[in-house]
Write a protein that binds this ligand. Sequence first.
Ligand code: EPU
Length: 336
Amino acid sequence: MVLQENISLKPYNTMGVEARARLFLLVTSREVLAAALAGIHPEQHLLVLGGGSNVLFTRDFDGLVLKNQIEGCEVLGEDRSYARIRAGSGEDWHGFVGWCLQHGYYGLENLSLIPGTVGAAPVQNIGAYGVEVGAHIEAVEAVDLKNGRCRRFEAETCEFAYRDSIFKGPCRNRFFITAVIFRLSKTPHLATAYADVRQALAKRPSGVTAQELSDIVCEIRRRKLPDPQELPNAGSFFKNPLVSRKRYQDLAERFPGLPSYPVDDQTVKIAAGWMIDRCGWKGRRRGLCGVYAKQALVLVNYGGATGRDILDLAEAVQDAVEAVFGIRLQAEPLIL
Ligand code: EPU
């Protein structure tokens, strides 16, 4: 186990902002983690970092960063219909989706090309194009950072909701997820209802395979979302707000065309990107950062922006949307 000191976190966050960690450890196995936890002061500040694609550093981190690199994929068992797969939490998410498709395990294809690691997927219940990862998870294996004990969380206890789970809410920063167990179908049941996907499929004469659907999703994402390698960003910077049906009806009357998605009988999700766009912020640049020109939910770092610059920009966007729509947008990434 090699603890490093005073490490730059710039290579470890897709927003590309500079911040330093007082201590830094690459966690390659549960054993490395156990050894680290046994050797540190109980009050040590800890931060678990996956792909760094959903975090904004606004200052240095005066504690120990645990960078997840636990790898490996194994099939735990299968019957005629389903396979149970355990994936190491440090695996690259998109690589894992590709592995599943290659082996004939379906369900995750709409989540292709989402940046980040397998372990980060349940934390914010990643979702795209009508699919959320929580629906395909059987359990999450984790180590309790308070006492080093291993825990297994069945999916029902993870409280998966829109971009949310207990790992983001009540148990934030308490657990290091070491593996995720998925239950995937051996026959494809493709989710093609999302508008962008439907439009892409309308151009095709016949149906698609799961691999082709994955390719379509990658095409849509590449068209609308910036590649963090080229233009640093953290994906959607804001969550789509959930409002009551009544509130939605009032808004829809005042703002015809406001895109919405029903969540349940009482709740509607409305498109924050559309609201930001409508406020004139899409494509607007402020110093070294700005709102992405092709998708207003995404904030981008043109190079050299600090976390504080990005937070100031986010607050300006939140103020503008609140002034017009009366709704305060919530940031999606973890702000540190
Ligand atoms: N829209 C605009 N202007 C914009 C952006 C969007 O008018 O600048 C409109 C679109 O035309 C569409 C609606 O708003 O009618 C929704 O846009 P889109 O389908 O692109 O999806 P989104 O709500 O902006 C969400 C997720 C994305 C996910 C897509 C596809 C959140 C916060 N974001 O974006 O997730 O890829 O749906 O499912 O839920 C992420 O979380 O990092 C992420 C990229």
